[in-house]
Design a protein around this ligand. Structure first.
Ligand code: SAM
Length: 536
């Protein structure tokens, strides 16, 4: 055996050992040395004589396996771009190399390129090793078909998971882009717009986080510290993602830093489609300062009900960056909601949306007073320019409204305050949608009144029926779990027999809240559980 052959043998066995021990970085280093050595030897065999006639083919086999194993190690470190390059090199040597096709298929699945992954797994069936791994391959083939269907049709079913109280592993999801595009927004900079009419409950998009960090915050001091550490980890993950993928870098660079939004480029929707490869680099430098500003403006906190259950703790905190969702502007009169499922965010229409209309959701709680919302939007670094805020800014000059606000701060005679607000709205000629804006701002008071038998007995006749207030509030903020709770409480008090209309109202709200991903029968069961369960 020549010295080179000996060296290759040693490198191969050491690299394999490191791979088995899951020491990815070190194994990549050794496989890189092995690849260089193999390639040199292949060149040499073309010039030098070797008594073994099979030597060149053995070298090619070794090279193929080294590329394949390095691809595996690189994919474990989420370095998908380089891992895919390794797969291509291995497949050039052996077009149906089972291990490589399996690795490539898994990478393409992680990149949400479902039909490409499907082709890989199908190809792997042709390798003799594929026959011995039929069960494994069929599992991947089924998964690819399901995800490919979801990403093409936007048809998802989370009924079982939601009915099960979000317990267990979140369902596997595909990325999906509905009838939407990014365009200039009247609110600020760019926004996401519907290209077709979208019914309430219909999914608008499903997208996977570029990076996400979760944890439990704990008590005040340690909570602040924990939040700082989580933020640091989150920033590190985003930086890693940017370093490893040119497309991610290009897209993150397009996000707003909160400044000069009007001058920002409107990205083409093809940028967000996983199956479209993007090889161009971004023109602008993405330094750490810019990454930090982008994260300040675009990262979202997982505040959805599923996130709370996932953390099983009220101190649960999750922060992430979702690219396409970052183009959605905030409104206190939104038409969409988001639901966090694993690393994915699912955005659905919470009301009917017309073609051409801007899609908006809440960055923060819109079921609160104007003062509170102004304070929160300022902490986000902007002054909310939505229609509801503009309207409320205009009516807040009314002295009487200020007095009502002050009365509520003291939280005395809440029923009387609600009555004064309703009477005031009549005098100020506040009608239709705008009534809903103010009722949503004072929802805490309405909720208190409808939830208290005493208040209802004392002033119930002077206050509009719960159903009409609920309808106008839902029209303002979309379905909300707190509003739904009041409706369910009402149904519970009547022993669930308040009538078909009330139950159907609750059904509609439930679907607006969860979207069509929870099927009708499951929603019915969920509500019935709520009506009969004392702890709801
Ligand atoms: C996640 S980005 C939304 C997309 C952004 N408009 C763009 O062009 O990239 C958040 C930023 O959009 C702007 N924005 C979002 N909602 C707004 C609103 N209701 N009023 C004013 N500015 C808003 C603020 O500058 C905010 O920092």
């Amino acid at each position: 055996m020549s010295a080179a052959e000996e060296q290759m043998l040693q490198l191969r066995s050491k690299a394999t050992e490191l791979l088995l021990r899951e020491e990815w970085k070190d194994s990549i280093q050794l496989y890189s040395q092995l690849i260089d050595l193999c390639q040199n030897q292949i060149l040499k065999t073309q010039e030098d004589f070797n008594p073994d006639p099979d030597y060149p083919s053995k070298l090619h086999k070794s090279l193929c396996l080294a590329f394949s194993n390095r691809a595996d190690a690189r994919s474990r470190l989420q370095d998908f771009t380089e891992a895919l390059k390794d797969c291509e090199q291995a497949l050039q040597i052996e077009a149906t190399h089972f291990k490589t096709l399996l690795c490539k298929g898994k990478i393409l699945l992680s990149l949400n390129r479902y039909s490409n992954a499907l082709d890989c797994f199908k190809e792997a069936l042709f390798d003799p090793q594929g026959n011995g791994n039929l069960e494994l391959l069929n599992g991947y083939l089924e998964k690819c078909k399901k995800l490919e269907f979801q990403s093409r049709t936007g048809s998802f079913d989370l009924s079982d998971w939601v009915l099960n109280g979000f317990r267990g592993k979140p369902p596997e999801l595909a990325e999906y882009i509905g009838p939407v595009h990014v365009n200039r927004s009247e609110i600020s900079g760019r926004g996401l717009f519907a290209t077709k009419n979208i019914d309430a409950g219909t999914l608008v998009l499903v997208t996977k986080a570029i990076a996400i960090e979760r944890g439990i915050l704990g008590s005040e001091d340690s909570g602040e510290n924990a939040q700082f550490v989580m933020w640091k980890n989150f920033v590190y993950k985003v930086k890693e993602a940017v370093t490893k993928c040119q497309k991610t870098q290009l897209l993150i660079n397009m996000l707003s830093t909160g400044e000069n939004e009007e001058g920002l480029e409107v990205p083409d929707m093809s940028f967000f489609r996983p199956e479209v490869e993007q090889n161009s680099c971004s023109k602008e430098k993405l330094d750490m300062d810019k990454i930090l500003s982008i994260l300040d403006v675009n990262s979202l906190v997982e505040e959805a009900v599923s996130a709370k259950v996932l953390g099983k703790n009220s101190d649960f905190y999750g922060v992430g960056l979702w690219l396409l969702a970052s183009f959605i502007n905030h409104s206190c009169n939104p038409n969409a909601r988001r639901l966090h499922v694993g690393d994915y965010v699912m955005v659905h229409a919470s009301r009917d949306i017309k073609a051409g209309e801007e899609i908006t959701f809440m960055y923060f709680d819109a079921l609160s007073s104007l003062d509170r919302r102004v304070e929160t939007s300022e902490s986000w670094g902007f002054n909310c320019k939505c229609r509801r805020c503009k309207f409320e800014e205009a009516v807040r000059s009314k002295k009487e409204l200020r007095e009502i606000e002050i009365g509520l701060e003291k939280w005395v005679d809440v029923g009387g305050t609600v009555y004064r607000l309703e009477e005031g709205m009549k005098r100020w000629a506040v009608k239709g949608k705008e009534k809903g804006y103010l009722r949503a701002s004072f929802w805490a008071a309405y909720s208190e009144v409808y939830g208290s038998d005493r208040s209802m007995k004392r002033g119930g006749r002077r206050i509009p029926v719960m159903e009409s207030v609920v309808d106008s509030v839902v029209e303002t903020v979309g379905s909300d779990e707190r509003v739904l709770k009041v409706v369910v409480e009402g149904l519970k008090k009547s022993g669930g027999g308040a009538g078909v209309v009330d139950f159907e109202r609750a059904m509609k709200m439930g679907r607006g809240f969860y979207g069509k991903v929870v099927k009708k029968q499951a929603m019915r069961t969920l509500l019935e559980l709520g009506i009969h369960d004392q702890s709801y």
